[in-house]
Design a protein around this ligand. Structure first.
Ligand SMILES: C[S@@+](CC[C@H](N)C(=O)[O-])C[C@H]1O[C@@H](n2cnc3c(N)ncnc32)[C@H](O)[C@@H]1O
Length: 175
């Protein structure tokens, strides 16, 4: 691993996590599972009159690009960003707290297992503000959460009714 990602990694990883295998960051979902998530998200966005194939998506914390690569294969216009990008496809290296994108430049922001204060030093309010800043009005933030933190609401964001009350896929709309 080169120097730059390690510098970033130390900046966000908590000390007790730094001692863990770096592989702990990587999901081991197979393509079938990713396809199921993708289809669920696509269906919900269709209900919201958003065609996933016609919009610009930012994936934050894209990691090893499992979702990103699948979405690309489906013809989705998606950009990935991570403190430690490590997939085959190029992702932008940056912190979610300082997204290097213009205001309102995306229709959808997506993340999977990123809000996690056990593992990372994160300013989660700032992360939500940045997500909101980069979304156009009416844009949607889709968060996959699995036993980790739920993004807190910031001004201008509302939690839209999730797929089911119990679902850990949450949809936030920018007003
Ligand atoms: C548990 S991994 C999940 C990776 C991928 N989204 C997935 O589902 O396989 C969390 C990822 O979020 C990134 N991450 C966490 N906090 C971040 C932050 N504040 N800024 C940028 N990346 C962050 C980590 O580097 C890591 O790649």
């Amino acid at each position: 691993m080169d120097q730059q990602p390690r510098k970033f990694l130390k900046e966000i990883r908590k000390r007790n996590f730094i001692n863990m295998d770096y592989g702990a960051d990587d999901a081991t979902r197979d393509e079938k599972t990713v396809a199921t998530f993708f289809n669920l998200i696509q269906r919900k966005l269709t209900e919201l009159n958003i065609d996933i194939k016609e919009v610009k998506i930012l994936e934050i914390g894209s990691g090893n690009n499992i979702f990103f690569d699948y979405a690309k294969k489906q013809g989705v216009n998606i950009i990935g960003v991570d403190a430690r990008p490590r997939g085959k496809s190029p992702a932008v290296q940056a912190l979610v707290e300082r997204l290097p994108f213009a205001d309102k430049s995306f229709d959808i922001v997506y993340s999977s297992q990123v809000f996690d204060s056990r593992g990372y030093n994160q300013d989660q309010t700032l992360m939500m503000r940045e997500i909101s800043r980069c979304l156009r009005q009416g844009g949607v933030y889709v968060a996959l959460l699995e036993n980790i933190d739920e993004p807190g609401l910031v001004e201008g964001f509302e939690l839209i009714v999730p797929i089911s009350r119990e679902s850990w896929i949450k949809f936030y709309r920018k007003s």
